[in-house]
Design a protein around this ligand. Sequence first.
Ligand code: SF4
Ligand code: SF4
Length: 294
Amino acid sequence: MIISVASGKGGTGKTTIAVNMALSIDGGVQFLDCDAEEPNAHIFLKPVIKQSKKVFIPVPEIDEKKCTYCGRCRQVCAYNAIAVIKGTGGKRGSILVFSNLCHGCGSCSYFCPEGAIKEVNKEIGEVEIGSSTALTTSTVGFMQFIHGRLNIGEAMAPPVIRQIKKYINPTRTVIIDAPPGTSCPVVEAIKGSDFCVLVTEPTPFGLNDLVLAVEVLRKLAVPFGVVINRSDLGNKKTDEYCESENIPILMRLPFKKEIAMAYSKGEPIVKVFPEYRKDFRQLFDAIKEKKGSL
Ligand code: SF4
Ligand code: SF4
């Protein structure tokens, strides 16, 4: 079963929920941190990294001896990653590739009538594979840990996320810590999940971004439920929204200064307060029940 943990808004406690649920499930899980722009689950899970792999995307390289500056590549590039200036008055034109905008889709080289474009690999990030024994007990066993990191200055997280997800082992319970927000990297991380947990907080900003995330989940047709973090703060509007939209609230985690202090030290809640393991197991059971009833 693949469970993704996402949030429309950053800072709601998405990683806290993903990590603590992973540490509370019997039999060990596979944990994928797909927040490639800012991975932080490793701070809590303290994995031992055994392997790393660079992530590349194919970007165009132009042979200007062959290029006629026809502009076809610019027309087919949906990401404005190519600019072509036609030559005038006997002067040669020029062509520029903005590789940071390139998604590596290959359209430009496919459509170039002169065969003037070849694809070259550009490194954009790295995936690391290891294991975590942050909280090994007799029931909570070995956890496989995989995360990816986008290189500084790079903008294309989806290829890194795709690379992380290649390691999914469907025989295990897989927990994906998705990036925050509702953009392409989030969609890439969530798609294919059996269930998605949306973590929110009961504030106007939290609710606004929850509504956006719900729209994305409905478009992706991934079943989902909500966890309200810091549930005793803010207002009741999130509850009212979930009730009106028939969205199950799977768990409420009240604000506790000691939890915030543990977080700031990189300690999982269930390590500092083992009594919370029961709550996170119940969350997992609620997900299985919801998934089973669909
Ligand atoms: S499509 Fe090919 S020939 Fe035309 S501008 Fe682009 S690289 Fe040059
Ligand atoms: S590979 Fe795709 S995204 Fe990149 S420059 Fe060519 S058309 Fe644009």
